[in-house]
Design a binder for this molecule. Sequence first.
Ligand SMILES: NC(=O)c1ccc[n+]([C@@H]2O[C@H](COP(=O)([O-])OP(=O)(O)OC[C@H]3O[C@@H](n4cnc5c(N)ncnc54)[C@H](OP(=O)(O)O)[C@@H]3O)[C@@H](O)[C@H]2O)c1
Length: 349
Amino acid sequence: MTKMASPVPAAAERGPAAGSPARARVAVAGATGYAGQELVRLLARHPGVTLTDAMSSGASSAPRPLPALKRIWDGAVIPLDVDRLARTADVVMLALPEAAAAEVGTPLVDRGVRVIDLSGAFRIRSDADRERWYPATRTLPAGVVYALPERHADAIRTARLASCPGCYPTAALLALEPLAAAGLLTGSIVIDAKSGISGAGKTPSDRTHFCENHGSVAAYGIFSHRHTAEIEQELAGPVTFVPHLVPLDRGILETIYVSVRPGVTEAHVGGALQEAYASAPFVRLTGTDLPEIKHVAYTNFCDIGWRVDPERGRLVLVVVLDNLLKGAAGQGVQNLNIMLGIDERTGLL
Ligand SMILES: NC(=O)c1ccc[n+]([C@@H]2O[C@H](COP(=O)([O-])OP(=O)(O)OC[C@H]3O[C@@H](n4cnc5c(N)ncnc54)[C@H](OP(=O)(O)O)[C@@H]3O)[C@@H](O)[C@H]2O)c1
């Protein structure tokens, strides 16, 4: 029987493009955090990369291992050292709180290092909005790109700083942008989002403490979550965004309620999404079979399903992703692959 060609090349076939350096030197800052550990896990096995350093905050002066990654990465996390990053890495991936990213990102870019930032520090283009939501970032360095890989790959290829979208905006924008561009949407957009607790990072608070979350679901940040500003920037219009914390360790599910023009059907919605994502390896369209968090946990996939009530002109989209992978580290590595000019699936499938 003839063996079918796989649509996904084997890892060994997905190395750096001809003519590019054998392996890019990539470092991680924030490697002891939830997103940073996922970066280390992905980069340690990435065939196009040498992981040069993994750094923590510097709060502890002693190098320390990452026990969960033993035998995947047996290095030691060292305290943050920006000079060392600038000397030894071609690309630095930042998984830091946004104020720390704002402080570190621009000096690295100024010293010729390419930066991929997972924080919100460089996402907002309007000075006034950035001052409100991310006041530590006074100006944006030249060469910043809002880096949703499925939408902005051309700009990411030459970006000096790829500012990765937030976890909630990634899900919302992947579902809504193609539909808005196709002119299918009318009226208000309501994004009802649920996130696992790792979305808040490793330091527990009153809200994220196990005893507060276990057995409960809570809304938060209504009209005051900074991801609203990011979604509205990219959609160029207002949205109502209501996030909830749910007692899961990881994963996001967004139920998005939209009005559509009369006569718009599920086939129209599917057509616009299929056209947008025909060659996108990490967006899976599930149609009227609605996706679940378990389908995407521990992967870089974003799954999108939808239902339309044509009589009432109502569309409901259901979008899921893993906040630490497609919402953070996985998307960062996807952007790294695009920057390096290699297959964007490298190290991710
Ligand atoms: N969690 C998510 O689902 C998610 C999704 C998308 C984007 N993000 C963004 O990604 C970034 C990291 O998120 P996270 O959830 O991984 O955070 P986290 O678990 O709290 O980890 C933060 C990391 O940054 C280091 N750090 C803390 N303060 C620092 C400082 N002042 N200077 C330098 N390093 C410092 C910590 O080192 P120590 O261990 O030494 O404290 C740790 O390695 C954040 O900007 C977040 O908004 C997170």
